[in-house]
Design a binder for this molecule. Structure first.
Ligand code: 5GP
Length: 114
């Protein structure tokens, strides 16, 4: 697996505030939260960017969305609303090259994003 900081979190070599884990998906709080709720939902399988997603990853992506819905419900932000963000590549400001879905909520989120 191409080494990223998230690979180490998946292998539990560095600590993270893990809020959800299954065989294929891990979710933990962002170290620099941009909202009262800011969770990163990642596949354990190596997928560096959105552009690396393959048709056979469809079940895995469904599991990521299911995890996002479960966490949003647990954090009591389902009704008021939240944002899911996937940054891909330099122009989007992708910093860590392991696929991750940001779950952001707990405040009013402006649009368009910066
Ligand atoms: P990106 O800009 O790639 O979409 O988002 C990467 C996110 O990972 C950023 O929001 C950043 O704060 C977060 N992040 C980077 N390194 C770590 C880390 O070691 N632990 C945690 N929990 N989050 C991290």
């Amino acid at each position: 697996m191409a080494e990223t900081i998230f690979s180490k979190i998946i292998r539990k070599e560095i600590p993270a505030d893990i809020v959800y884990e299954s065989d294929s998906v891990l979710a933990f709080r962002d170290i620099r939260p941009q909202a009262p709720v800011h969770i990163l939902i990642i596949p354990k399988k190596e997928i560096p960017r959105v552009t690396d997603i393959k048709p056979e990853d469809s079940v895995l992506l469904g599991e990521m969305f299911a995890a996002a819905n479960k966490l949003a419900a647990e954090m009591n932000i389902s009704e008021e609303g939240f944002r899911l963000v996937l940054n891909c590549g330099n122009n989007a400001g992708q910093e860590v090259f392991q696929l991750h879905m940001h779950l952001l909520g707990g405040r009013l989120l402006s649009w368009p994003p910066g």
